[in-house]
Design a binder for this molecule. Structure first.
Ligand code: KG4
Ligand code: ZN
Length: 346
């Protein structure tokens, strides 16, 4: 029996999970609400909140799993990428526990773990599979050959998909994180009402900065399609009125374009590689428009599609635990001197 305790602290969720022989026994997530009032994650506040949450979160994860610290065989933690102060809190905690319990330490790459989240529950994709990993900081198409063997075959050259959602929401005056709110309003809107053009980026890479600019001009001009000016040409009151009376249609149109950018590249990747086992991962995979469109495209393209359940899509320690489990089997341990890094290739 192999029992792994995992800790995730790369951004604004403090999370701990226990996994036994590849089965998740607990997954506790403390979300930091403090950032909402600032319109984005404030790194220093995130580190402080992780320090407050980490002991109780780990404690509850162990209790919920019905096990004791003595039963833990290894401690896995998110080593990279993420906010450095936030990563350091989870990293130092994991290292201290590893030394105190005299158990091995397993460093996990956060983006790899998002992909491996697809292996938590059945039915599981068979190898090789493609995974569209879409979060607040990343947008990647990953070709996965085994739980620990994967390579990025396409990625964003500027903003991530989650940033495209959050920045669009901010322009509409919605609070952070705006992605789930755009999703909510989009459900009642007409996705064909406003047209934002799809960028022509070669290969399997993505770009969202052009979309962001066109949304900014669109909002600043209260939807006048023939005016392309960065500066606001209508009064603040007119702009607000335009947003208020068209919010659902604007959200649906923005969401539909982000989703089509993502899925057209995924379709290209599938056709080029011949792989029809298709997964999505990361916070944006919670988006209902993306989930529905993936299912529809999967039927047309003859794919088997896999979407982790919601709590395994956004940041969580269960995905770190399951990756830690595969690393344990491969005896891929790390020394306590291993450093946390904000950016890391994999
Ligand atoms: O993976 P994640 O929890 O954290 C990072 O590693 O970045 O992803 C967070 C991102 C945020 O940009 C958030 O707005 C977005 O995922 N997100 C959504 C939805 N739920 C979360 N975006 C669109 N629709 C959603 N339902
Ligand atoms: Zn993430």
């Amino acid at each position: 029996m192999i029992t792994i305790l995992a800790i995730e602290s790369s951004c604004d969720e403090t999370s701990a999970s226990v996994c036994r022989d590849g089965l998740i026994l607990s997954n506790v997530i403390a979300t930091q609400k403090i950032h909402e009032q600032y319109g984005g994650v404030v790194p220093e506040l995130a580190s402080r909140a992780h320090m407050q949450h980490i002991v109780p979160v780990v404690d509850v994860a162990i209790k919920n799993a019905g096990c004791t610290l003595e039963e833990i065989d290894a401690i896995a933690f998110t080593q990279a990428p993420g906010l450095i102060g936030a990563l350091l809190v989870g990293g130092q905690f994991a290292k201290s526990l590893s030394l105190a319990l005299n158990k091995p330490l397993i460093a996990v790459h956060h983006m790899q773990a998002h992909v491996v989240a697809n292996l938590i529950e059945s039915p599981k994709p068979s190898f090789p599979f493609l995974c569209l990993t879409v979060s607040g900081g990343h947008t990647q198409i990953v070709l996965c050959e085994s739980p620990l063997q994967m390579k990025v075959i396409g990625e964003t050259i500027d903003d991530a998909a989650g940033e495209a959602f959050d920045k669009s929401a901010k322009m509409l005056g919605l609070p952070y994180p705006g992605g789930p709110l755009i999703d909510k309003y989009a459900k009642e809107g007409n996705p064909n009402r406003f047209n934002f053009s799809e960028p022509q980026i070669p290969g399997l890479n993505f770009s969202f900065s052009g979309l962001k600019t066109s949304i900014l001009y669109f909002i600043n001009n209260a939807g006048a399609s023939n005016v392309y000016k960065e500066s606001q040409v209508v009064s603040t009151e007119e702009k607000k009125q335009f947003i208020d009376s068209n919010l659902s249609d604007i959200c649906a149109s923005i969401q539909s374009r982000i989703v089509s950018i993502l899925l057209n590249k995924l379709k290209k990747a599938s056709r080029e590689t011949g792989i029809k086992e298709i997964c999505i991962a990361g916070g944006v995979s919670a988006n209902s428009g993306l989930r529905n469109a993936l299912t529809d495209m999967g039927i047309k393209e003859g794919w088997n599609t896999y979407i982790p359940k919601f709590e395994y899509c956004t940041d969580n320690a269960a995905m770190i635990a399951i990756t830690g489990y595969y690393k344990f089997l491969a005896k891929d341990f790390s020394p306590v001197t291993v450093g946390s890094t904000a950016r890391a290739e994999w």
